[in-house]
Design a protein around this ligand. Sequence first.
Ligand code: HOZ
Length: 434
Amino acid sequence: MGVATKKLTTTRSEKAFKEAQRHIPGGVNSPVRAFGPVGGYPLFIHSASGCRIKDIDGNEYIDYVCSWGPLILGHAHPHVIKKIQEAVKRGTSFGAPTELETQLASLIKEAMPSIEKLRMVNSGTEATMSAIRLARAYTKRELVIKFDGCYHGHVDGLLIKAGSGATTLGVPTSPGIPQGYTNTTISLPYNNIEAVENFCKEKGKEVACIILEPVAGNMGVVPPRPGYLEKLREITKRYGIVLIFDEVMTGFRISPGGAQGLYGIEPDLTTLGKIIGGGLPVGAYGGKAEIMDHVAPVGPVYQAGTLAGNPVAMSAGIATLEKLKDKSLYAKLEERSQRLSEGLERSARVKTFHTRVGSMLCTFFTSREVTDYDTARTSDTKLYAKYFRGMLERGIYMAPSQFEAAFVSTAHGDDDIEATIEASSEVMRGLQGH
Ligand code: HOZ
C-alpha cells in the first residue's frame, strides 16, 4: 500500500535545481540539502518566519530542519533581525576587534563555566579542526580518538566513519585525504566504554584528545548511555588526554549549558557553532585558559580568520543568547518536544525507535534499540524516504536524511505540534504493512 499523497506543485524548485546544477556541484552548497536519499529535488526556499518556511512555488511548511539547528528561536526572530540590521549599518567587517566579540564570548562563558577563554571562528568545522590542533600541541601527542557515526565537520583527519551527509551518501570515509592524516585518527564505537578502556590500556599515553558529540546528532539522535560521559571524563583524566565535547549541535540547544550542563561533565575543550551565530556563520572553540593560552598570539599554535568575530554575525549570536537567558523558553521547548516525540511514537504503524534529548529528536525505522552507529544503520532508509515525502506533501519539512535530527524551536506552537502528529498518523497509516 502506498502513502496517501496531496499534490504539491513545485515546478519552480525543479527548474531552479536544474539551473543550479549547471553551476554548483549537485546544485547545492552542502550535500545534505540535495534530497538525494529521499528522492526528487530540493525545495528552493523563498522566505521563512517563525517555524514556517515558504518555497519559491509558494508552498508553506512547518520546518523541523531550522537551518540544521541554529534557529532555536525560529526564523527571522524580530530581536535577532533588529540587532543584525543595526550592526550592518555600522559596517560589515573591519578585520579589527570590536566589543561585540567580547560580549558574545562572555555570554558563552556564563552559560558554560568549563570555558575560561575562547576563540571565535566561522564554522563548526573550523572549531573542531582548531581544537584538535591545539590539543595535539598542548599534549605533544598525535593520536585522536573519535567515534563511529559522530560528525565533526569536514576536517580531513575526522572524515572517518563520519555521520551526517557522509553516511547518507555512503562515503563515511572520504577519498582525497592522505593516509598520513588518518593514520593518527582512531574511530571507536560510540557508547562503548570498554573499547576506549582497551585502546587506552595499550596506547593511552599517545592519545592527544578524545572528541565526541556528547549527544550524537549526526547519525540521527543517539543519547549517551548513563555513565558513559562520566567514564570518558575519568579515563581522559587518568591518561592526560584532552577531552573535547563537540557541542556545535547541543550547545544552547539541549539545555542552557549544552550537554555539559545537562549531564554535569566538564570537558577540557568545547567546540561550538550553530546557535551561537543566531543563523549567521559562527563557530568557536574554548576551554581551560591553560590550554587556550597556547593559541597565537599568546602561544605558538597558529589559527586565524579574516572574518572571524565578524560584527554582524556576533550581533546575531548575542541577540539569540540574550533571548535564551529566559529559562522558561527551555521549559516550553522541553514540553513541546516531548509531546511531539511521544505523538510521533504513538502514530507509528511500522517498527520505529524514537530518541530525544531536549529539542533534538529522531524517528529511526528499525525494530532495534539504537545506541550507536551500527544500530542506527539498521534503520530502513527507504521507509524513511517514504515517510519524509508523505510528511512533505502534508506541509511538514523534516531533514532529507535518516541520519539527522529534527529540531523544535520556540516558535513551534501547540497547533504546529498537533498538526505534525496528525500528518504523521496519516503518513504512517499509508506505510502500514511495509
Ligand atoms: N548534520 C549537518 C550539520 N551538523 C548538516 C548540515 C550540513 O552538513 O550542511
